[in-house]
Each structure stands twice: as structure tokens, then as C-alpha cells.
Ligand binder design. Sequence first.
Ligand SMILES: NC(=O)c1ccc[n+]([C@@H]2O[C@H](COP(=O)([O-])OP(=O)(O)OC[C@H]3O[C@@H](n4cnc5c(N)ncnc54)[C@H](O)[C@@H]3O)[C@@H](O)[C@H]2O)c1
Length: 275
Amino acid sequence: MINLEGKVALVTGASRGIGRADALTLARAGADVVVTDILLESDLESARRAERYGPLAQAMLATGHVYTERTAEEIRAMGRRSAAYRMDVTDPQQVREVFARVKEEFGGLHILVNNAGTLDHLGQLEDQKDELWQRDLQVNLTGAYNCCKAAWPIMKEQQDGRIVNMSSVAGTLGGFGQASYSTTKAGIIGLTKSLALEGARHGIRVNAVAPGIIGTEAFKMGTGHQERMIRRTAFRRLGEPEDVANAIAFLVSDLARYITGIVLHVSGGIELFTF
Ligand SMILES: NC(=O)c1ccc[n+]([C@@H]2O[C@H](COP(=O)([O-])OP(=O)(O)OC[C@H]3O[C@@H](n4cnc5c(N)ncnc54)[C@H](O)[C@@H]3O)[C@@H](O)[C@H]2O)c1
């Protein structure tokens, strides 16, 4: 039913977790997929030196959870076109260059999944580090804006664009100790709805997904409190990265051609009143 043949997709933050699952799922549905991230396996040394990527990136490197190029290889093995590019979403110049390269090498860009995000610290306001506040805004919010802006002229020219931005239940509910993260994820909803209005006349649909708690490597390595969070879901279990990827595959497909500006919760009912 979901057929993305002939479409070119780009996923940000696809070295692991939800982004990697998105890339593989879109490819299984027939799309050619460009896999992008700040981290590439072949570039571990330079990444290791880059402390600005934060403690989670360092931990992922140390434990070998970086699969950007491997993901592109797996997609090519499915018979689709794919490439792995290093792209820091906070760097507008680098983003523009990568998108221009995709247009040149893949002949267009129809699907953008703004997945790159930071999920590596909890801290109440008094303990919130100012540099992490700025970093979260830069990656989660400005990063999505940079990519939408670079994709827009390509999608407008094609009169065909499907963008999915990654929000979170932290953006719709707030999160204790998550002021910076939840602020960015709420901001993503404003960006999504505004661009949905602007894009409609150009054949561009823009939606968001709001995952609950998804059992990615980052989540499992994360902040403690996992069992308490799981108990808050109606299903009393974690989601899988593929649960989010499947929702995204639907939203970017023609099955969702009349859907724009929505926030689709993929949350196991964590926002419901449970007891
Ligand atoms: N896991 C969850 O429970 C959950 C819940 C709600 C929302 N989300 C959102 O889903 C997305 C993916 O989450 P995940 O759990 O897979 O996390 P993750 O940390 O495994 O994935 C994030 C990816 O983004 C990349 N990244 C970080 N900074 C970047 C930058 N400046 N430029 C490009 N790439 C960058 C990382 O290298 C990593 O590959 C994030 O936006 C996160 O906020 C996750």
C-alpha cells in the first residue's frame, strides 16, 4: 500500500536509533535514501576529537553505535540508491551544500525527515547549563529550520515535497528537567504548522510526529527513570524505532495526501490519563 518508488528521501541524524529505522523503512517502501549525520564510521577519529558533539555522541562512539555508512550500504543492498553524507544540521552552509549535492546526484528531493536531535541531559532550571540550552535550540529547532529552508526551493520546483519533523511528547506535555528539550520540541510544532500553511500551495506537505518513549540506544543509555516512564504508557512498554518509522512512512506517502500540519503521537498512550 505504501509505495515510495521514484522518490528521493533525506534523513538527518540517521547514524542510529529512530533515524536509522526511518531510512531503512523508507527504502523498504521503495525510496532512494540519503543517510546523513554528524558521525560517520569512517571518520571516527575526527569525531572523537570533536567534544562539542556532547557526552552522548562520545559514548556512542566509544561503544560503536554509529551505523551511518552501514545503513547506506544496507539500502543499496535492497536495490535502492543511497549515500552517507556527513552533515551537521546546525551549519547552514554545510546543509545547503549537501542538499545541492543530493539534487545533483539523485535528481531531486521529495522527502525530508528532520530527525537529528539531542536527548542527553536532564536538569531543572537552576541546573540548566546555558551552553546546553543553546545547543538544544541549535540542533533540534534551528537544525530543522535550516534543512526545511534548503529543501524548500527543490520541493517547490518539483511541486512535490513531504517533510516530517521530529517533535516529542515532551513538546506537547512538557518534561520535568527538560526545559530546553521540550521547548525545542514544542517549537517544532509551530514550525510544522506554519510551513504546512505556506507549503500547501506549492505541493509541499509538512507534518510532525511526537514519539513517547522509544527504546533506542540513546534512550537505553540515558537518564535513569526508564521503568517509571514505561509505567506511564497505556501499553506499559517501550516503543520500537520502527513504530515511529512506520508512522513517518505513512505521512510521506500518497495515502496521507490530504494530511498536513498535524502532530501524530506515536506514544503508546503516554499522554493519556493512566493509573
Ligand atoms: N528515543 C525516544 O524516546 C524519543 C522520544 C521522542 C522524540 N525523540 C526524538 O527522535 C529523534 C531521534 O532520537 P533517538 O532516540 O534515535 O536519538 P539518538 O541520539 O540515537 O539519535 C539522534 C541522532 O542525531 C544525530 N545528531 C545530533 N546532533 C546532530 C547535528 N548537529 N547534526 C546532525 N545530526 C546530529 C546524532 O548523531 C544521532 O545519530 C530525536 O529528535 C529525538 O529528540 C526520541
